[in-house]
Design a protein around this ligand. Structure first.
Ligand code: 13P
Length: 258
């Protein structure tokens, strides 16, 4: 069975001090979580947050990684540098990086393969823009992001996929649970086709885009949705911990029973 994974993407928020304060608030609130809990923090927060997370059930994630092992790449951070601080997960190909920092399926692919080779678990983000959805191109875009961005991955179940429709990020406009479930089902089907059916059954696929304490239980009740990648609502301990405890909100106590 796929273990649900709730990850916070702090984006460019929280200084190291503020980050430590946030995780110190979070630790007791999520200590009994049934799902995997991750916080993906700004690179410069990593040393302090790693220290604060010691002995807790919260895993540490980064928001990007370079594809080279080392060398003349001013401003970049390697997988080994992340690993030395106990980083386990790394977000790759977030739509904000694709939109503002020239990230392409090719660079996503290189970063993903480098992260896997170093033993990190990539959280690879894919998703369509509003225009692409409205012009019926969603599947075409996802197909390209999967075949190009995930090319050469031996075992797709070693990554986490985050489906984040760009139009739902930071807009307060969430995909309906049915929409998200249907699209994530499509992503799984495509992974079965491109990789292998068994791996596709195992790979965890998160939903991301305005997920919050109010809508998480409905989203998480869907059979294809294995977790969330949370932006805004991961910045407050009460909101994020409520999402982590989606299973105690009444709808679903045990995903295996569905
Ligand atoms: P919001 O939850 O703020 O919409 O952001 C989603 C996201 O981009 C997570 O990576």
């Amino acid at each position: 069975m796929r273990k649900p994974i709730i990850a916070g993407n702090w984006k460019m928020n929280n200084t190291a001090k503020q980050g430590v304060q946030l995780v110190n608030e979070l630790k007791p609130l999520v200590k009994d979580a049934n799902c995997e809990v991750v916080v993906c923090v700004p690179a410069i927060d990593i040393p302090a947050v790693a220290e604060a997370l010691k002995g807790s059930n919260i895993a540490l994630g980064a928001q990007n990684v370079h594809f080279a092992e080392k060398g003349a790449y001013t401003g970049e951070i390697s997988a080994d540098m992340l690993k030395e601080y106990g980083v386990k997960y790394v977000i790759i190909g977030h739509s904000e990086r694709r939109q503002y920092f020239g990230e392409t399926d090719e660079t996503v692919n290189k970063r993903t393969l480098a992260a896997l080779a170093a033993g990190l678990t990539p959280i690879v983000c894919i998703g369509e823009t509003l225009e692409e959805r409205e012009t019926g191109k969603t599947e075409e875009v996802l197909d390209r992001q999967i075949t190009e961005g995930m090319k050469g991955i031996d075992d797709i179940s070693k990554i986490v996929i985050a489906y984040e429709p760009v139009w739902a990020i930071g807009t307060g406009r969430t995909a309906t649970a049915e929409q998200a479930n249907e699209t994530i089902g499509y992503i799984r089907k495509k992974c079965a086709e491109v990789f292998c059916p068994k791996c596709a059954e195992k790979v965890r696929i998160q939903y991301g885009g305005s997920m919050n304490a109010g809508n998480c239980k409905q989203l998480m009740a869907m059979s294809e949705i294995d977790g969330g990648l949370i932006g805004g609502a991961s910045l407050k301990s009460a909101d994020f911990s409520a999402i982590v405890h989606y299973d105690e909100q009444g709808l679903k106590l045990n995903k295996d029973l569905l």
